[in-house]
Design a protein. Structure first.
Lengths: 1010, 572
C-alpha cells in the first residue's frame, strides 16, 4: 500500500461541532483521526474543548449561522490551550474547529534531524527550513564520503607499512589534512599492482553568511581540483607516469564508477615524484593553513603493495589501509621561557623506554631556526656526554639500533617515573641559554609502546615550554591520533566518539556506527580479562582492548563510506574482530577430535546478529554451526600482518626493565584475528536442517532442509535454506566461517530481523520479527514497511550484490511511516542521545569559529548515572535497548533533569553533573534574534521553543510558551514578579533568567523524545 | 502482533487522565485491561501484611565451599590444599549445639584473629572464620544456610546465570522482566491507584533485571544523595521556580504518541518519590545535631571495650557504644581507632575491609528505604566474587568478601531491631543471591573456577533456623538417620543417582561441580509465598511453573532434568 510520494503543503483540517457531535469535513489520509470536539453550555457560556492534535500549528474556532457555512474565525471567545470559551449572546450558531497542521516539510525536517542526526542544531534547523532541504539532507547523509570532516583531523609525518586487506570490494579512503604543495604523487611501496579510481582532492573553505541579524558559518567543500581523477580519459590526460609505473593503464574490467579505472603496476617501489604517477594542480593551491580532503577508492589484487597517495612535502598523506600501525618517528616542537638555572630535561612518567633523535634547542620561537644550543643533540658522538643521566635513567644509552638521522639515537630507559632535576636525562648550564629567554625545542621520537608519556622541558617552565610527547587526550584531533596509534584508553575512545556525535557533519554515519557497534556488541572489559593472562598492567590492557574496539568501528565506518556496503560486509568485520572472538568465546573454542565447540557465538549469530530469536533456526543448528567457528582465535602479530589470519606471532620484542624478554607482554605488535587450523572441527551435519528427533545428544542428524515458512510469501516461501559446508582441510577450512555468514546474510529471516531493528531505530519502537504475515492483504503499515525493506534487500544493487545498506535505508526514509506522524516524536532518547542532543540543541557556530555550546566529549560518567550506559562495554550481547521503558524510570529521569539543569546554569557551587559541557543561550539568541527582540519575553520564548521542540507544532506549545514567558518574568525566588523587559540584556540577571528558562524547557517531557 | 505492555499505565490514564487521550489508537488500548488484573484484585497479601524483603547480590559467584564449609567431609581439605580453612585442634566439630562465636577478649586483638573453621553445631558444617558475625544471628535461630542451590542445566556463564536468577526462568534469556518486579506487579495490580508510589527499589549503578519490567516503575538510586532536582538558578531559592514549572508542565495535556504515557507515569513517579526520599536523611555528615548514619550497635561488639570511637560519645557507660552498624567510612568501621601501646592510637581494626565502604553505603540506603518508606523490596549488590586465582584461605580476597556478608547480616538484624520504623526485624527477610558456586577442587592458580550449585543465606526475625525450626543448615549435614529427619537430602546422599553414597562423593562430581539439591526458585518462592504473602496462583505468574508438580519447586521430587530435589526447604 505505498502512498504517493508527493509532498505538498496540506491545507487546514476542519471539524465541526453541532450539539456535541463532531464530524470531519475533509479527508485526512495518513493523518491521525480527528479529535472529539465537545461543546458545553454552562452559565450562559459556550465552552469548546478538544484533545491535542499531533503537530498542530494553530487551532482556530470558526462559526457560522448556517451549518453549510460560510464559516469565519470566531473571535468572540477566549482561546486557552485546548479550549475556547465564549458568551451565549447570539442566535444559534454552528461551530467548527480548524486545525492547521504542520507542513510535510516541517515535519520531515524535525524527523530527519531527530533520527538521522543526534538531534537538531539551531543552524541545521535554519538550513533545512528551505523547501526540499530536508529531503536533500537525507541524500547528503546517505553519502557521507562527500561530507568533509575537519574537526578531528591531524597530520603526522609518520607512515607505515600495513599490507592491503584482502577485501573483495572497493574500499573507500577519505582523509583531511593540510595542503603542502600542488603536486600529488601516487605510488606503491613495492613491486605489485592495484586498481585505483575516483581520486579527488578538494579544498575546504569557510563561508560566513549574514542574513539580516542572523550570521551562519558554513564549511564548504570545493570542487575536485584534479584532472582525470576518475580515469575516464586516457591516462596521459592530467597524469605523468614515471618509468617504474610504465605498465599502468586505464582498464575497464574492474571499475568503481564510470567505465574506467587505473590499474597501477609497479616494477619498483615508489617514494617520490620520479617514481610515481603524479599531477600538478593548476592554478597552484594555497598552502597557508589550507585544509583539504583527499579521497579515493581502491581495489587490491593478490600482489598488491601499500598504496600511498600524498602531496609533495608533508601535507595530506593517505594510505590504502584499514588502520595505521604505530608510527615510527614523530616530530614534536614547543616554545617556552627558560627560568632559574636553565636545564633541559627529558624523562618518562613511569618505567619504560623511548627513542629520541635530533633534539634541537634554538633561541626564539621558530623551531630549528638558528644554531642548536645543545651539545650532542644528534647523539652521534658515541657517548652520552654532555647529557647526564640520573638514577632512574642510568640505563639510558646511545643506541645504534634505531635512528632518525645518522646512525644513532638516544634510547631513554627509565626504571621509574622521572620529574626533572635529578630524575631525568638532562643537560644543564647550556651555553647561550639565559633566565627569562624564549627558546624552542624540537626533536623526533618513537612513542613508548608502554603508553608512557615522554616529557621534554626546560627547567622551571610550566606551559609553555612543557612538552609531553604523546597526543593530547582532550582535543578531538589528539584523541583521533591516539586511537590511530593504538595509544588510546577506553575513556579516550568514548570521548572521541562523543565528540564525533556532537560535531560531525556525518551525523547518519555516527548514528549507524553506534547502531552497528551496539548490534554486533562486544565488551571492552571482557577483552581486558583476556589480556590479563598475558599482561600485568591495567593501563596496557585497557589500551589494547580499546584498540580492538576502535579498529572494529573504524572498519564499519570504512564500509559505510562505501556506496556498495552490504550487510554481509558489516557482519564480516564483526566475525573477524578480535573483540568479538574474545567476547563470545570462539577464542578458545576447539572442535577437533572429541572437543565440544563453544556454542556462544553460534547462538548469538543466529539469535542476535542475523535472524532474530526463534526465527528459522533451532538448538541443533547452533550445535552444528558452532564447529564452523572453531579455530577462530586471536594473536599478537607484526603490524604489517594485521589482516593476515595466518600470520605467525610477532617475534619483535621490546626490552623493558623487569619483564622477561620472551613474555607476550614484551612483544611489539597488534592483536588480530588468528586462524588456528589445528583447533578446527569439520562440520559433520548441514546447518539449518530438519533434524532426526532420535539423534544422539550433541550430534544431531539431519533428515532434510528447513523450508522458509508460508508467511514470508513470494519469492521466499517454500524455499529450502539448508547450508552444507564442504569438507575442507588445512587453512582452507577458515572458509567454513565465511560460508556461514555469507549464507545467513541474505536469508529472509535476516532481512526481516535487521530491517525490524533499523525501523525501530528510525521509525518507532513497535516493530516485530517472526510474526508478520506478509501474505495478509490487510497487513499493518509496519509489516508492509518491513516487506518493502526485504524486497529492497533482495534486489541486487549496482554492484550485483544483495543487502545494500544505503538502498535499505532509502526505503525506510522514503516511507510514510518515517516521514509523517507515525515516526515523529514516537521514540525516547537513550542516555547517549539525550546528552548529545542537549548540547547540539544549543550549538551554533559563531563567526569566529567558536560555538555557543561546547563539550569536552567526556560523557562517560554522565551516561553511567543515567542507567549504566557504558559505551563499548556492554556486558550483555543483546546491546543497549532501543526502546523507552528500559531507560525511563524516576531515578534515571532525575539524572537527566539534573544534567540539563547543570548544563544550562552557572555550575559554580553545584555538583558537576554536566561535566565540561557549556552552553551560552544568551549568545545564541543575540545572534539569532534582532536586538529589538532581546527583551521581548514572547520572542525569546518562541525562539527556544522552536529549536527545542521543532516537531511539536506551535498550537500544542501554547501552554509551554505561557510557562516560559512566565518564567522569564518571574524573579529567582519563584514568587516575585520581575519583568523580563526591564532586565539589562548584558546583566547577569538577564543571563540567569534566560539560562533558567532554557533549562526549564529542557527538563520537560517533550525533550526526552525524538 | 503488538504486545500490549502498558496495562498499568493505561489503567491509570483511564482513571485520572482520560482527558489527555484524544487518539483512537490510544483509546483502543485503554479498554485493554487484562483479565489477570481483574482477577488479581482480590488475591494474596503482598504489600499488605507489612512484610518486606532485602536482597544482596553477590556478583561473580561466591565460593560456597569456603563460606559454609563441609569440614567433616574428608575430601574437603585434600581437594583444596592451598585455600582450605584448617580445623581447630581444640574443637570437636561433631558436637551438636549452636554456633561458636569467637569474640576477641583482648582489645588489641584483631577482629578476625581466629584462624580456624567455626563450628556450626550440626555435626558437619562450619563457617569461614571471616563470617564470625553470623554466629549471633545463627544462634538466635534467625539465619538459614541453604547449600547446593542451583537450577537444571546450570549455565556457567556469569551473564546467563545472573539473568536466570533474576528473571526466574533458567535457560531463558528472552524473559526481560525480573522475579521481584513480577512480585511487585502482583501487588500493584491488586491495589491499583491505592498502591504506594514506591514498591521495589535498588541502590546501585542501574536497575537490576530482577526489578526490571515494562509495565510499572521500579526505582533505582545510583546515589540516594543525588536523588533531588537542582534549582534554577541555584539551590537556595531556585528549587521552587524550577520545580513549580515542572509540576505545571506535568499537568499539560499532550497529543498521543508512543512512550508519552510512559513518560507521564515516570515523571509523576519522580514527583512523588522525590518527596518520599527527601524525608530520609541519607547523608554521611552531621547536619545540625542529626546524623545520616548514627546507627550503632547496642552491645560492645567483639568485646572491644577499649575502642575509642569518634562521634557521638566517648562515655564508657554509653549503652550505645557499640560499633556503627553501617561501616561507610574508616571512622565508622568497627574498632578502627583504638588505644595502642604507650598511649598511641592505632587505626586498623576494621569490621569490614575498607573497600566495602561504598557497598555499606548502598546497603544502609536500602535498609533506610525499607524502614522509612512503604517500599516492599529493596536491595543492592557487591562484586568481586569471581576468584579464579589467589583466592586466599583464612585471609585474602575471598575472606575479605565474606566479611561483608557476615557483617551485613549482623548489622541488618540490629538495625531493624533497634531502629525499626516501618520495617521490624520480624517483618524483614534478608536474602543473598549469587549466580553459581565454584569448583570443588582448587585450580593451579590457587583459585576456583565456575561451577554449579552454591549457597544462599537467608536471615530474618521470622526465619526458622537453629533451635526454631528443624535446623539452620540445609543440604550440608552428616548422613545420619537423625539428620535425615530434619534434612532429607544431607551432604552425603544415600542413592547412587546422587553420584555418591560415600564420603567425598560431592567433590569431583560432574567435573568438579557440586551437585544441586535445591532449586533457587524454591527458596525465593518460599520467601515470596510464605513471607510476602503471594498466593499459589500469583506465584505461578511470578515464577512460571512454580506450583506445577513437574517442576517440583514447591514440594520437591524429580526436577525437569530428573535430578531429585527438595522443594521449599522450610525456612519460614
Amino acid at each position: 500500500m505505498p502512498k504517493s510520494q508527493a509532498y505538498t503543503m496540506r491545507s487546514s483540517i476542519f471539524w465541526a461541532v453541532c450539539a456535541g457531535l463532531a464530524f470531519p469535513l475533509s479527508s485526512f489520509g495518513d493523518d491521525p483521526p480527528p479529535p472529539e470536539v465537545k461543546l458545553a453550555l454552562t452559565n450562559n457560556q459556550k465552552r469548546l474543548t478538544w484533545p491535542p492534535y499531533p503537530a498542530a500549528q494553530r487551532y482556530a474556532v470558526q462559526s457560522a449561522g448556517d451549518p453549510a457555512g460560510p464559516y469565519s474565525n470566531d473571535l468572540s471567545g477566549i482561546m486557552s490551550g485546548y479550549q475556547w470559551a465564549g458568551l451565549v449572546s447570539q442566535p444559534t450558531r454552528f461551530y467548527r474547529l480548524a486545525v492547521t497542521p504542520m507542513s510535510d516539510d516541517q515535519l520531515l525536517q524535525a524527523n530527519v534531524l531527530n533520527r538521522l542526526a543526534y538531534g537538531p542544531t539551531p543552524d541545521e534547523l535554519e538550513r533545512l527550513a528551505a523547501p526540499g532541504a530536508a529531503l536533500a539532507y537525507i541524500g547528503e547523509q546517505l553519502a557521507p564520503e562527500n561530507l568533509p570532516v575537519t574537526f578531528d583531523s591531524y597530520v603526522t609525518v609518520a607512515t607505515n607499512g600495513v599490507a592491503l586487506p584482502s577485501n573483495t570490494n572497493w574500499t573507500f579512503v577519505n582523509v583531511t589534512g593540510n595542503v603542502s604543495s600542488s603536486t600529488l604523487y601516487m605510488y606503491l611501496t613495492g613491486v605489485g599492482s592495484v586498481y585505483l579510481d575516483d581520486v579527488q582532492l578538494r579544498l575546504i573553505t569557510t563561508q560566513v553568511v549574514t542574513n539580516g541579524s542572523v550570521v551562519t558559518t558554513n564549511t564548504v567543500l570545493g570542487p575536485n581540483v584534479l584532472v582525470n581523477g576518475d580515469f575516464e580519459a586516457p591516462l596521459t590526460t592530467g597524469w605523468t607516469v614515471s618509468p617504474n609505473l610504465a605498465g599502468s593503464a586505464i582498464v575497464n574490467d574492474v571499475v568503481c564508477s564510470g567505465t574506467g579505472s587505473l590499474r597501477m603496476v609497479a616494477t619498483a617501489a615508489g617514494s617520490t615524484q620520479n617514481s610515481s604517477i603524479w599531477q600538478t594542480v593548476t592554478p597552484t593551491l594555497p598552502t597557508t593553513r589550507q585544509r583539504c580532503v583527499l579521497s579515493f577508492a581502491y581495489f587490491p589484487t593478490p600482489n598488491s603493495r601499500l598504496l600511498t597517495l600524498r602531496l609533495s612535502g608533508t601535507g595530506t598523506i593517505i594510505n590504502a589501509q584499514n588502520e595505521p600501525a604505530p608510527p615510527t618517528w614523530v616530530y614534536a616542537t614547543a616554545t617556552g621561557v627558560a627560568t632559574g638555572n636553565p636545564t633541559l630535561y627529558a624523562y618518562l612518567n613511569d618505567d619504560g623506554e623511548a627513542y629520541i633523535d635530533d633534539i634541537k634547542l634554538v633561541a626564539g620561537a621558530v623551531p630549528e631556526a638558528g644554531p642548536n644550543l645543545l651539545g650532542n643533540g644528534d647523539f652521534e658522538t658515541g657517548v652520552l656526554a654532555p647529557w647526564q643521566a640520573s638514577a632512574d635513567f642510568i640505563n639510558s644509552t646511545i643506541s645504534t639500533e634505531l635512528s632518525f638521522s645518522g646512525s644513532a639515537s638516544l634510547k631513554l630507559v627509565a626504571t621509574d617515573g622521572g620529574g626533572g632535576n635529578n630524575d631525568s636525562v638532562y643537560q644543564s648550564a647550556i651555553p647561550g641559554v639565559t633566565n627569562g629567554g624564549t627558546y624552542t625545542v624540537s626533536y623526533w621520537y618513537i612513542p613508548s609502546t608502554r603508553n608512557r608519556s615522554l616529557t621534554v622541558r626546560l627547567s622551571g617552565s610550566a606551559t609553555p615550554g612543557l612538552l609531553v610527547s604523546s597526543p593530547d587526550g582532550t582535543s578531538a584531533s589528539g584523541l583521533h591520533r591516539r586511537l590511530d596509534e593504538g595509544l588510546a584508553s577506553l575513556d579516550n575512545l568514548r570521548t572521541w566518539f562523543c565528540h564525533q556525535a556532537v560535531a560531525s557533519p556525518r551525523q547518519l554515519l555516527e548514528i549507524l556506527t553506534q547502531f552497528f557497534e551496539n548490534h554486533f556488541v562486544t565488551q571492552h572489559s571482557k577483552s581486558v580479562d583476556y589480556f590479563d593472562r598475558f599482561y600485568d598492567e591495567g593501563a596496557v590492557m585497557n589500551r589494547l582492548a580499546a584498540d580492538l574496539e576502535y579498529r572494529e568501528i573504524s572498519k564499519w565506518r570504512q564500509c559505510l563510506l562505501n556506496p556498495n556496503c552490504t550487510f554481509y560486509d558489516l557482519s564480516e568485520v564483526s566475525a573477524e574482530s578480535p573483540a568479538m572472538i574474545i567476547y563470545l568465546d570462539t577464542v578458545g573454542s576447539r572442535g577437533n577430535g572429541d572437543n565440544i565447540a563453544n556454542e556462544n557465538y553460534a547462538r548469538e549469530l543466529f539469535e542476535l546478529f542475523c535472524m532474530g530469536v526463534d526465527n528459522g533456526y533451532d538448538q541443533n543448528d547452533i550445535v552444528a554451526m558452532s564447529r564452523a567457528w572453531t579455530g577462530w582465535s586471536v594473536d599478537i602479530v607484526d603490524a604489517s600482518q594485521v589482516n593476515n589470519p595466518f600470520a605467525a606471532r610477532s617475534s619483535n620484542y621490546g626490552a623493558y626493565p623487569g619483564v622477561g624478554f620472551n613474555a607476550v607482554s614484551n612483544i611489539i605488535g597488534v592483536w588480530s584475528f588468528k586462524y588456528v587450523q589445528e583447533n578446527h572441527g569439520t562440520n559433520r551435519a548441514p546447518i539449518l536442517s530438519e533434524w532426526d528427533p532420535n539423534s544422539p545428544p550433541g550430534n544431531p542428524r539431519a533428515i532434510g532442509p528447513k523450508i522458509v515458512p508460508a508467511r514470508f510469501g513470494p519469492p521466499w516461501a517454500g524455499q529450502p535454506y539448508q547450508l552444507q559446508i564442504p569438507r575442507r582441510t588445512g587453512n582452507a577450512s577458515i572458509q567454513d566461517g565465511y560460508d556461514v555468514i555469507r549464507h545467513l546474510a541474505d536469508l529472509p529471516f535476516t532481512m526481516e530481523y535487521i530491517s525490524v531493528k533499523l525501523c525501530r531505530l528510525f521509525v518507532h519502537d513497535d516493530f516485530a520479527h517472526g510474526v508478520y504475515d506478509y501474505t495478509d492483504p490487510n497487513r499493518s503499515p509496519e509489516a508492509e514497511l518491513i516487506r518493502q525493506c526485504m524486497m529492497t534487500w533482495n534486489t541486487p544493487a549496482s554492484d550485483g550484490r544483495k543487502g545494500n545498506i544505503r538502498n535499505l535505508l532509502t526505503t525506510i526514509f522514503n516511507s510514510e511511516l518515517f516521514r509523517r506522524h507515525a515516526g515523529s516524536m514516537q521514540k525516547v532518547k537513550t542516555p547517549l542521545e539525550f546528552c548529545i542532543s542537549a548540547v547540539r540543541a544549543l550549538r551554533s557556530a559563531n563567526p569566529n569559529g567558536t560555538y555557543t555550546a561546547t563539550t569536552d566529549g567526556n560523557f562517560a560518567p554522565i551516561l553511567s548515572r543515567m542507567g549504566a550506559m557504558s559505551l563499548f562495554n556492554r556486558a550483555d550481547p543483546d546491546g543497549y535497548p532501543e526502546t523507552g521503558p528500559a531507560w525511563i524510570s524516576a531515578g534515571t529521569l532525575a539524572e537527566r533533569l539534573r544534567f540539563v539543569q547543570t548544563l544550562c546554569m552557572n555550575q559554580s557551587g553545584r555538583p558537576n553533573d554536566a561535566g565540561n559541557n557549556t552552553v551560552d543561550p544568551v549568545g545564541l539568541l543575540k545572534r539569532k534574534l534582532p536586538a529589538t527582540s532581546w527583551n521581548n519575553a514572547s520572542a525569546v520564548a518562541d525562539y527556544f521553543l522552536g529549536i527545542l521542540f521543532p516537531a511539536e507544532g506551535q498550537g500544542n506549545l501554547t501552554l509551554y510558551r505561557n510557562l516560559a514567558i512566565n518564567f522569564l518574568s518571574t524573579g529567582d525566588s519563584g514568587t516575585t514578579s520581575s519583568p523580563f523587559s526591564g532586565l539589562g540584556n548584558t546583566s547577569a540577571a538577564y543571563d540567569t533568567r534566560v539560562r533558567g528558562m532554557v533549562a526549564m524547557l529542557m527538563t520537560l517531557q517533550r525533550f526526552q523524545e525524538q | 502482533m503488538q504486545r500490549s505492555n502498558l496495562n498499568l499505565i493505561t489503567r491509570r490514564g483511564f482513571l485520572d487522565r482520560s482527558f489527555k487521550t484524544g487518539l483512537a489508537v490510544a483509546l483502543s488500548t485503554l479498554t485493554d485491561i487484562p483479565f489477570v488484573m481483574k482477577r488479581a484484585l482480590a488475591e494474596g497479601s503482598i504489600g499488605l501484611n507489612g512484610k518486606k524483603l532485602l536482597f544482596i547480590w553477590l556478583r561473580g559467584a561466591n565460593d560456597a565451599l569456603n563460606s559454609v564449609i563441609p569440614v567433616m567431609d574428608s575430601a574437603y581439605a585434600p581437594n583444596r590444599p592451598t585455600i582450605r580453612i584448617p580445623l581447630d585442634g581444640q574443637t570437636n566439630y561433631s558436637t551438636p549445639g549452636g554456633c561458636d562465636f569467637p569474640i576477641n577478649a583482648a582489645s588489641g586483638d584483631d577482629t578476625y584473629s581466629y584462624a580456624s573453621a567455626i563450628r556450626l553445631g550440626n555435626g558437619f558444617a562450619a563457617f569461614h572464620p571471616s563470617l564470625k558475625f553470623l554466629a549471633p544471628v545463627y544462634n538466635a535461630g534467625e539465619l538459614a544456610l541453604i547449600h547446593r542451590v542451583g537450577y537444571p542445566r546450570q549455565s556457567r556463564s556469569h551473564f546467563d546465570s545472573q539473568n536466570y536468577w533474576e528473571n526466574g526462568s533458567p535457560n531463558n534469556n528472552l524473559s526481560k522482566d525480573g522475579i521481584f518486579y513480577r512480585t511487585m506487579l502482583e501487588y500493584l495490580r491488586g491495589q491499583g491507584a491505592a498502591a504506594s508510589a514506591l514498591t521495589g527499589v535498588s541502590i546501585q549503578s542501574s536497575l537490576p533485571l530482577i526489578l526490571r519490567g515494562s509495565e510499572a516503575p521500579m526505582t533505582n538510586l545510583t546515589d540516594p544523595n543525588r536523588y533531588a532536582l537542582l534549582g534554577i538558578p541555584n539551590n537556595t531559592n531556585g528549587v521552587i521556580k524550577a520545580t513549580a514549572a515542572l509540576d505545571t508542565a506535568n499537568g499539560i495535556a499532550f497529543p498521543g504518541k508512543r512512550n508519552r504515557d510512559l513518560l507521564q507515569l515516570q515523571y509523576e513517579n519522580l514527583n512523588k518519590t522525590l518527596d518520599i526520599f527527601a524525608g530520609i536523611d541519607f547523608d554521611e555528615n552531621p547536619v545540625g545535631n542529626q546524623y545520616g548514619n548514627y546507627y550503632r550497635d547496642d552491645e560492645v561488639t567483639d568485646n572491644d571495650s577499649q575502642w575509642a570511637s569518634g562521634t557521638p560519645s566517648q562515655n564508657p557507660n554509653d549503652p550505645n557504644r557499640g560499633y556503627y552498624l553501617f561501616p561507610t567510612t574508616a571512622v565508622k568501621n568497627g574498632g578502627w581507632q583504638r588505644p595502642g601501646p604507650n598511649g598511641a592510637q592505632v587505626f586498623d581494626k576494621y569490621a569490614v575491609p575498607t573497600n566495602l565502604h561504598s557497598f555499606f553505603q548502598n546497603l544502609k540506603a536500602a535498609a533506610l528505604v525499607l524502614n522509612k518508606t512503604d517500599a516492599i523490596i529493596a536491595g543492592t549488590e557487591y562484586g568481586g566474587f569471581d576468584t579464579h586465582s589467589n583466592q586466599g584461605g583464612v585471609t585474602g580476597a575471598h575472606s575479605n568478601l565474606n566479611r561483608g556478608i557476615g557483617w551485613a547480616m549482623y548489622a541488618l538484624r540490629k538495625y531493624f531491631t533497634l531502629y525499626a520504623d516501618k520495617a521490624t526485624w520480624e517483618n524483614v527477610v534478608v536474602v543473598t543471591l549469587t549466580e553459581f558456586g565454584r569448583t570443588t577442587v582448587e585450580n593451579s592458580d590457587a583459585g576456583t573456577d565456575h561451577a554449579e550449585a552454591g549457597v544462599m543465606f537467608v536471615a530474618g526475625g521470622g526465619v526458622k533456623g537453629y533451635g526454631r525450626g528443624p535446623t539452620g543448615v540445609f543440604n550440608c549435614g552428616p548422613d545420619t538417620p537423625s539428620q535425615a529427619l530434619v534434612d532429607p537430602i544431607p551432604w552425603i546422599p544415600g542413592g547412587a543417582d546422587q553420584g555418591g553414597g560415600v564420603d567425598g562423593a560431592m567433590f569431583g562430581v560432574n567435573n568438579r561441580y557440586l551437585r544441586r539439591t535445591t532449586d533457587y526458585r524454591s527458596v525465593l518462592g518460599e520467601i515470596i509465598r510464605k513471607h510476602l504473602g503471594a498466593t499459589q496462583g500469583q506465584l505461578q505468574r511470578i515464577i512460571p511453573g512454580y506450583a506445577n508438580p513437574a517442576d517440583a519447586l514447591m514440594n520437591g521430587g524429580l526436577s525437569t532434568d530428573s535430578t531429585p530435589i527438595r522443594g521449599e526447604v522450610g525456612i519460614l
